[in-house]
Design a protein around this ligand. Structure first.
Ligand SMILES: NC(=O)c1ccc[n+]([C@@H]2O[C@H](COP(=O)([O-])OP(=O)(O)OC[C@H]3O[C@@H](n4cnc5c(N)ncnc54)[C@H](O)[C@@H]3O)[C@@H](O)[C@H]2O)c1
Length: 316
């Protein structure tokens, strides 16, 4: 019988790259011990440095529990050792099916009874990832938005082979670590959030490629406009409110013809060399001499401030 999500004291992390290191920081902040495996020779030093750098942000977001410590990160010599005492496992090895399957073959025999494994995979199909498992019901999708320690969203997906109750349990576990979860009810490429992001970026690229606005102004059109609203409420609810009390169905009736017309003019650009170069030229202008590090720090500072404000306002 699986314990409560709160009773997990050790999380197994397999793969300590961009995503695995960030997950580790989050789980450590949630007061868990993290047993982690990554074969890269510099993985331990890089992960410890990453966690140290992430810790102040986690503190600023009130995600560090009493007793939590970065020192509870333990590098182990193989994948099986990373899961052997884990109450939950987050797999974040590179996005290659054979490597994921090889990893599962290595860890399944060592998994404690009832421990679930979540894959961070952005694009592989769960049914393909379940191949070769003795008990495929223990593998679910727990897809984060990068970086997992700063962006709350986790997309959860199971299928007909998934153990009953596994997604509810995983949702409770992630939420106890400060995450916000959604359920993906049907498997589609790129899940939900990346599809939405891709849809918006497609039109953003189209507008630049057609010379409608500069890269900087397209970015500003989002951050100073709908992006601000989207941090507060989703597009459906906002349009429902935008109906002036008629509801989303009233909004659809009132603006049906407008949206149908606009949708017909939406672009389907490709990221050709020429398009990539014109985006790069626009980004160079928008950067205005600021370094990669300075911009990344600015992004993280603003993300933290926004989330704190939203939490104070009762969101998140
Ligand atoms: N980068 C993103 O924005 C993002 C966002 C959400 C989900 N994901 C998903 O997360 C997963 C990891 O992506 P990433 O961006 O962290 O990749 P990455 O290349 O940065 O990290 C992968 C890590 O796995 C390690 N590794 C290689 N073989 C291994 C093995 N056999 N056992 C354990 N570790 C091994 C590598 O040394 C590397 O450190 C992928 O499935 C990806 O789709 C990525």
């Amino acid at each position: 019988m699986r314990g409560t999500a709160d009773s997990v004291s050790v999380v197994g992390v397999v793969g300590a790259g961009v995503i695995g290191a960030s997950w580790s920081a989050l789980f450590l902040a949630a007061g868990k011990a993290v047993d982690i495996y990554d074969p890269a020779p510099d993985a331990e030093a890089k992960t410890r440095a990453y966690v140290a750098q992430a810790w102040p942000s986690l503190e600023a977001l009130d995600l560090v529990r009493p007793g939590a410590s970065p020192d509870r990160l333990r590098f182990v010599p193989d994948a099986a050792a990373a899961v052997a005492r884990a109450g939950f496992v987050q797999e974040s090895v590179p996005e290659r099916l054979p490597l994921k399957l090889e990893t599962y073959r290595a860890i399944e025999p060592a998994l404690p009874a009832d421990t679930l494994v979540a894959t961070s995979s952005s694009g592989l199909l769960l049914r393909d990832l379940q191949e070769g498992w003795q008990d495929p019901g223990r593998l679910i999708l727990g897809h984060p938005f990068n970086p997992p320690h700063l962006i709350p969203l986790v997309e959860l997906l199971g299928n007909e082979r998934t153990e009953a109750g596994a997604l509810d349990w995983a949702a409770a576990f992630y939420e106890a670590c400060g995450k916000v979860t959604i359920r993906v009810r049907k498997e589609v490429p790129a899940h939900v959030a990346n599809r939405l992001q891709a849809a918006l970026w497609r039109e953003a690229v189209h507008l630049v490629a057609e010379g409608v606005a500069s890269v900087e102004d397209v970015d500003k059109a989002i951050t100073a406009g709908p992006g601000l609203r989207w941090a507060v409420m989703g597009p459906h609810m906002l349009f429902s409110l935008g109906s002036g009390g008629l509801g989303i169905d009233g909004f659809c009736q009132r603006y049906r013809d407008s949206f149908h017309g606009w949708w017909q003019t939406m672009g389907t650009p490709l990221l050709t060399e020429q398009v990539a170069q014109s985006l790069a030229a626009g980004i160079a202008e928008e950067e205005a001499g600021r370094s990669f590090e300075a911009l990344a720090a600015e992004r993280d500072r603003k993300l933290i401030a926004t989330q704190k404000a939203l939490r104070d306002a009762g969101s998140l």
